[in-house]
Each structure stands twice: as C-alpha cells, then as structure tokens.
Design a binder for this molecule. Structure first.
Ligand code: SF4
Length: 335
C-alpha cells in the first residue's frame, strides 16, 4: 500500500540571533513523515532536534523553508484551518510536571481541549470523555478530581498523554517523553504509546537521545548533527548499516544490556572528540569534518547533500560507509 504523506518538510531552517551572529539551530532540513508511522529524531543535546519538532508543528516560526501538513502550509494557516490543525497536532513534553497546571484538577486539564474544540455536547458527555481517556492511559476515572502533584512521574506522563489524546489528534510530537522517568517506568510508557498508536492509528515523531529506545519505537530514524539532517533510513537499516560516520559513532556507544556481549564489542566503540575540543570547523564543508575519522579534502571544501542510496536510505556524506555498520548482533532490549 502506498504511504500517505502527513508532513512534507522542505528546506526548513530556524535561526536564533546571538551576539556572535546567527545560531543555525535547524539548518535546511527536508524530510517527510508518513501517516501511521513513528519517525525517531535523534542526536546529541543541542543538535536542534527539539527546535526542529517544534518548528514543524508551528510552535516556532521558521526562518526559511516550508512545512506542509496534508498539503497545506503550516505557517500560513488561518481561521478554521488553523483551529483544525491545532486540534490534529498535539505534543507530549519531557517534563510532565511543569506542563500540567498545578491549580487544575486532572479532570479539568483533560477537559480543557475537549471544551476548546467543542468535542462534547454536554457536561455529562465531557465528563464521560475525561473518564474514557484516563482509563485509556491506564489511570482510573477516580483520579479526575486529584491534582498533578499527587501523582508519580510516570502517572503524570500518562495524564499528559491523556490530555493530548482528548482532542482526537492525528499526530503527536513526543519530545523526549521518557527521559525524565525512571528506567523501570520508561518501558511502561513506551509500551503504552505503542499500544495507543495501534489502537488509534496515530502518527508519532519521537524526539530522543536514547538510541536503544528510539530503535524499538520507530519505523524510521532521522539523525541530526548541528542543525543538519545527516542520515534518514528505516530503524533496522540505520542500526545495522549506518552510512554516516556520525551515526556509526552514535550507535557504537549504545550499551548492550548483556555484560558478555558488551565486553566483546568494547573495541568497536568509537569515542568522538568532544565538540569543544575538536578544533574549529570551516564555514564551508561538512560540519562533522573536525570530528570525523573519514574526512578528506573534499569534506572541508563542500557541504555534502542528503542523498538517497536508491533504497530509501538517505545520508549526507562524501564518503559514505558501505555495509560497514556497527556490529550490533543480539542488541535487543527485552521489556
Ligand atoms: Fe566525514 Fe567527510 Fe562524510 Fe563529513 S562528508 S561525515 S567529514 S566523510
């Protein structure tokens, strides 16, 4: 079946003005998000992944480029189209606690979107919907009169998910949704998100730096480096056969939860020089050149474009690796 494009992102850039000129948080990125998939967006802290996610849902204005949602330009939507977009697109935040109003009951927090978008015909119907969404995320309806501070971190994240679901969205931007949670709770939230996706036909963008979790959750993974998209492929392809040296280094540092396998692959780990210690970058050329073990003269002279290798595996590199991915056999996380 042909994949339906939900988001089409074209040359998207988002700059911030600083004393030292423009900081290119997102720099000329282009990709699609297909209906029903989970696209993982990964990279080191500060690589621009959160800014990219927030710009594509219209929360931040873009400096250049265009984002199309179901064929319409997100940043020029007005009136009913804008309202409909705001309902269709929801977000789950990393810090569930600060994203929930401490003065509102959980019931009122979930009901807010239902009221704004007129999704219930009466108060009774609204309350029924609140109970339904609480139960959908594994919390009892009796919790609706309590306040956010009375819940654990995992429960608060469930409330954040219920709030997002209550307006019946098509797409949810999951911005580091599990990184503030205990490891034991992370798997529960990930399993819940995957169940809900199947049940409700949702599309996700999963922004994270935990690569092992991203691999489990995502159909495809996009890798960002200093504002650029450097690789995009199916989750397995990018894991077993990374083409970009940065992706290879990132994945080589993912720990395997098996001491024997972990010790066998210690020699495969690639330790990148720290960004600050890695020396100056040239204005032209590949942004990864000063940390890359495969750098050639061409890399410092011209910036590599994101190219498809013919199989839907995109990489922005003058010297892509070929079938030389990190040896990651048996690197599975079992919940
Ligand atoms: Fe390394 Fe050159 Fe590829 Fe950049 S273009 S990642 S410097 S090999």
């Amino acid at each position: 079946m042909e994949k339906q494009t939900l988001f089409h992102i074209e040359n998207l850039s988002r700059y911030y003005k600083t004393n030292r000129g423009n900081l290119r948080a997102v720099d000329n990125v282009s990709f699609d998000i297909y209906e029903g998939e989970t696209l993982g967006l990964v990279g080191e802290s500060g690589c621009g992944k959160t800014t990219c996610g927030r710009t594509l849902i219209g929360l931040y204005t873009q400096t250049y480029g265009t984002v199309y949602y179901r064929g319409k330009n997100v940043h020029t939507l007005k009136g009913n189209e804008k309202k409909s977009f705001n309902k269709d697109i929801q977000m789950v935040f990393q810090d569930a606690y600060s994203s929930l109003d401490p003065r509102m009951t959980v019931g009122d927090i979930i009901a807010e979107g239902i009221e704004i978008h007129h999704l219930a015909g009466s108060k009774k119907e609204r309350d029924e919907q609140v109970c339904h969404y609480l139960e959908l995320v594994g919390l009892g309806a009796e919790h609706r009169s309590r306040y956010a501070h009375e819940f654990s971190g995992g429960q608060r994240q469930r409330i954040g998910i219920a709030r997002a679901l209550a307006v019946q969205p098509s797409f949810i931007l999951l911005d580091e949704p599990i990184s503030a949670l205990d490891v034991s709770i992370q798997a529960q939230i990930v399993n819940l998100l995957m169940e809900l996706q199947k049940k409700l036909g949702l599309t996700y963008m999963f922004v994270a730096h935990d690569l092992s979790m991203v691999r489990i959750v995502s159909d495809r993974v996009a890798v960002m480096y200093l504002g650029n998209l450097v690789e995009l492929a199916s989750s397995d392809e990018i894991y077993y056969n990374p083409l970009h040296p940065y992706t290879k280094a990132l994945y080589s540092s993912v720990p395997i939860p098996d001491p024997e396998l972990e010790s066998q692959r210690l020699s495969e780990k690639i330790v990148l020089p720290d960004l600050i210690d890695s020396g100056p970058r040239t204005e032209e050329g590949c942004k990864f050149a000063n940390r890359c073990g495969y750098c050639t003269k061409k890399c410092t002279e011209s910036s590599p474009a994101l190219r498809d290798d013919g199989s839907g595996h995109f990489a922005a590199c003058h010297n892509p690796l070929s079938n030389e991915g990190v040896s990651v056999r048996d690197r599975q996380i079992v919940f």
